[in-house]
Design a protein around this ligand. Structure first.
Ligand SMILES: *Cc1c(COP(=O)(O)O)cnc(C)c1O
Length: 369
């Protein structure tokens, strides 16, 4: 082998300059570091559904079947089930290997070098990390102090090079919704709006019906959160017809595996069972919020997702993160200066709330005012 890339010519500049991606650590590696067993850890750092998937999903996943065959490239049955669930036209629905993949495919289909995309921050890191790889510049528009969208600033940032705007509703990590008025105002600018409803089922509110009125709205959803299937990687998008056609053209034929396609049908057939868990998480969210507010350690922000963002009001957020970890509890911390003093806590089962609040009370008595 020669000196491949020694001078940096092999690797694209944008890739060389990319900050290393830091996904949440695996449970196994945290267990190793903290000297605990993985089963002992309480994982509240990635907004997973700790109740897990519904029984029918588990049943189809363990059924031995024809895994020597390629999956259905047309995603027919899964798209039909999703059309019934969402009320959208199956021709406008595309399933991705997680909604993360659909974000990449959207960028692949739309971005020309020099284009811009807009993301109101703080928000989901993928919106900031991926566009540069496709030749786009990200304009991060700050949200207001209460994390509400600053629609005027977004409108002011839109120019002839703007390709799309990413909006998450509820937003990760701030938990607040985009209102119908805000979305309509942005849609009226004519720019493509990507509305990420990853937490729709926990919010019980969707703006998907606006896609009947506007041909510049994409809605993304996922099975990672409500359906308890983060490990299978299932996301879907509802696209305007011409964009759906373009995304079909750029995507790999077998982007979604056979287990995932089958799990979509099973999860939707078992909807009432899984929604019971979603309802329990929504109730637990209220109890966790009230418990956190009583501690004099954190300021929790109201959330419509399965997580609560908290500003650490006493001590340092990274220090608090460490102290929780030492007690076997994982929460999400941030290096982003906008969120350096915040922690995001996933809503788990009641016993997780109990152990978390107990740990925080203990830590609170240690940390000086
Ligand atoms: C978790 C999350 C996703 C990721 O979804 P996958 O389907 O697991 O790729 C997408 N968007 C937001 C806002 C999220 O929080």
């Amino acid at each position: 082998m020669g000196s491949v890339g020694a001078e940096g010519e092999l690797i694209r500049q944008v890739v060389r300059e990319l900050p290393g991606y830091q996904p949440v650590e695996s449970l196994e590696s945290v267990a190793r570091e903290t000297g605990r067993s993985a089963r002992d850890l309480i994982k509240l750092d990635a907004n997973e559904n700790l109740y897990g998937p519904s029984p029918r999903v588990l049943e189809v996943l363990t059924r031995p079947d024809d895994y020597h065959l390629y999956p259905d490239a047309s995603q027919q049955a899964a798209r039909q089930a999703l059309a019934t669930y969402t009320g959208a036209d199956p021709n406008c629905i595309i399933v991705g290997n997680g909604s993360d993949e659909l974000i990449d495919l959207l960028l692949l289909a739309t971005i020309e070098p020099g284009d811009e995309v807009i993301a109101p921050v703080p928000t989901f890191g993928v919106y900031l990390a991926r566009p540069p790889l496709f030749g786009a510049t990200v304009r991060a528009v700050p949200r207001r102090d209460d994390f509400d969208l600053d629609v005027e600033q977004i409108e002011a940032a839109i120019n002839e090079r703007t390709k799309l705007v990413f909006l998450a509703s509820p937003n990760n990590p701030t938990g607040n919704l985009v209102t119908s008025q805000q979305l309509v105002r942005l849609l009226r600018t004519g720019v493509l709006v990507v509305l990420d409803e990853a937490y729709f089922e926990f919010a019980g509110r969707t703006l998907l019906p606006l896609s009947r009125e506007f041909d510049n709205l994409v809605v993304l959803r996922t099975f990672s959160k409500w359906a308890g299937l983060a490990g299978l990687r299932i996301g879907y998008g509802i696209f305007p017809p011409s964009l759906a056609e373009a995304v079909w053209r750029v995507k790999q034929p077998f982007n979604v595996n056979a287990l995932a396609l089958r799990a979509i049908e099973a999860a939707l057939a078992d909807l009432p069972v899984q929604m019971q868990k979603v309802i329990r998480i929504r109730l637990e969210r209220g109890r966790l919020f009230r418990g956190l507010r009583r501690l004099d350690l954190l300021q929790p922000y109201p959330s419509r997702g399965n997580f609560i963002l908290c500003r650490v009001t006493r001590g340092d957020a990274h220090d608090l993160h460490r102290r929780l970890l030492a007690r076997g509890i994982l929460v999400r911390k941030y290096d982003d200066p906008l969120l350096r003093q915040y922690l995001r806590i996933t809503v788990g089962l009641p016993e997780h709330t109990d152990r978390l609040l107990q740990a925080l009370r203990e830590i609170g008595s240690e940390v000086e005012s």
